[in-house]
Design a protein around this ligand. Structure first.
Ligand code: TPP
Ligand code: MG
Length: 204
């Protein structure tokens, strides 16, 4: 084993460890569970409100292998953690302390730093109310991240905690739906895009 302070990650390969059969079986089982958990759902939309898993089923196959996603905090990030592929370094950027509001600014920074890569961000509507104005910065400096906002009209994560701890006592977590498209347009972001896409998911 390498002396403390002089080792490197390559030294790990030199360590002789007996590999127990039950370890192999366990890791194989966990791998298979992870693969089935990350398998994409059907891509065809169903009737009713837009579904984020359907969106991911359409988005992921269209991504180049070096695509990168940036995230803040909230239930909307679960979709990326579950389905977004990690095929290139770095593929996921997020604050370790789970800081809300990180999504759009970090996507803009990543887009400027890596202009050749497809940068995606998924923001919550709560998050968007904290950081959406940064789309003006994107438009000003020519950043082109794909910005997806999951508009569930609430601080969904906090509501889930409330429902669990204090059923039927939802408090202070419902949002009056921000005019996300109008906001993007007012910040020149929508017009700045070469192929503007701005549709309300609940409208036919
Ligand atoms: C700066 C900051 N403030 C508050 C929180 C606590 N927090 C975590 S998720 C969340 C709600 C997020 O709402 P939204 O962006 O709409 O995401 P959703 O859970 O609805 O997908 C809050 C308030 C946090 N993580 N960071
Ligand atoms: Mg929300």
């Amino acid at each position: 084993m390498a002396d403390a302070g002089h080792g490197s990650v390559h030294d790990l390969a030199k360590i002789e460890l007996p590999v127990k059969d039950e370890w192999k079986a366990r890791t194989a089982r966990m791998r298979s569970e992870q693969e089935s958990f990350a398998a994409l759902p059907p891509a065809t939309p169903t009737a009713g409100p837009a579904r984020m898993d359907t969106l991911m089923a359409n988005l992921v196959p269209a991504l180049p292998t070096d695509a990168m996603i940036t995230l803040g905090a909230g239930e909307h990030t679960n979709l990326a953690h579950r389905y977004f592929p990690s095929q290139g370094h770095a593929s996921m950027i997020s604050a370790r302390n789970g800081s809300m509001g990180y999504s759009i600014p970090s996507a803009i920074a990543a887009s400027l730093e890596y202009p050749g890569r497809r940068i995606v961000t998924i923001a919550g509507d709560g998050e968007f109310l904290m950081n959406g104005q940064e789309l003006a910065t994107a438009a000003q400096y020519g950043a082109t991240p794909l910005v997806i906002v999951m508009d569930n009209q609430e601080y969904g994560t906090i509501r889930s905690h409330q429902e669990r701890q204090y059923p039927d006592r939802v408090s202070g977590t419902q949002l009056k739906k921000p005019g996300i498209c109008a906001h993007g347009t007012s910040l020149w972001w929508i017009r700045h895009q070469s192929r503007p896409r701005c549709r309300h998911p609940y409208r036919k």
